[in-house]
Write a new protein. Structure first.
Length: 116
C-alpha cells in the first residue's frame, strides 16, 4: 500500500475550517506575477498539484496541520501545550495571490531599464 493511500485511508490532518476537500493546483507567486502578468503567458503550465504532506506525515505517526494563515498555527501551539510528543508537520500552503514587496520592486526596476 502506498503512503498516499495510507494517508487517505487511515488518518486525516487537522484541517482549517475553510479547507476544501479537493484542493486546486497552486503556483508560487513569482511565476504568476512575473511570467503571467508581465509577459502575458498562460498560467496553466505554472500550476502545480498540491501535495498532502500533512496526510503523509499523519500516516507515518506524526501530528499535522494545514497552515493557510497565522491563525492556523494554533494547532502547533496546542501540540506544544500538550507536551510536544513525537513529530509535528506544519503543511504550509503557498498562495499566488500575495506579491512580495521585493518582487514588485524588482519588476519595476527591470521595466525601467528596458529601452522605450
Amino acid at each position: 500500500m502506498s503512503i498516499s493511500v495510507m494517508a487517505s485511508t487511515f488518518c486525516r490532518p487537522i484541517l482549517s475550517p475553510s479547507e476544501p476537500k479537493k484542493t486546486p493546483p497552486t503556483a508560487y507567486g513569482a511565476e504568476i506575477h512575473h511570467y503571467g502578468s508581465q509577459k502575458g503567458l498562460t498560467e496553466k503550465p505554472m500550476l502545480i498539484p498540491q501535495v498532502d504532506f500533512g496526510g503523509i506525515a499523519c500516516a507515518l505517526g506524526a501530528e499535522s496541520a494545514i497552515i493557510r494563515s497565522p491563525a492556523d498555527l494554533s494547532a502547533l501551539t496546542d501540540w506544544i501545550d500538550a507536551g510536544a510528543k513525537g513529530t509535528f508537520v506544519a503543511d504550509c500552503r503557498v498562495t499566488s495571490s500575495v506579491r512580495a514587496p521585493w518582487l514588485s520592486e524588482w519588476m519595476q526596476a527591470k521595466q525601467a531599464k528596458q529601452p522605450a
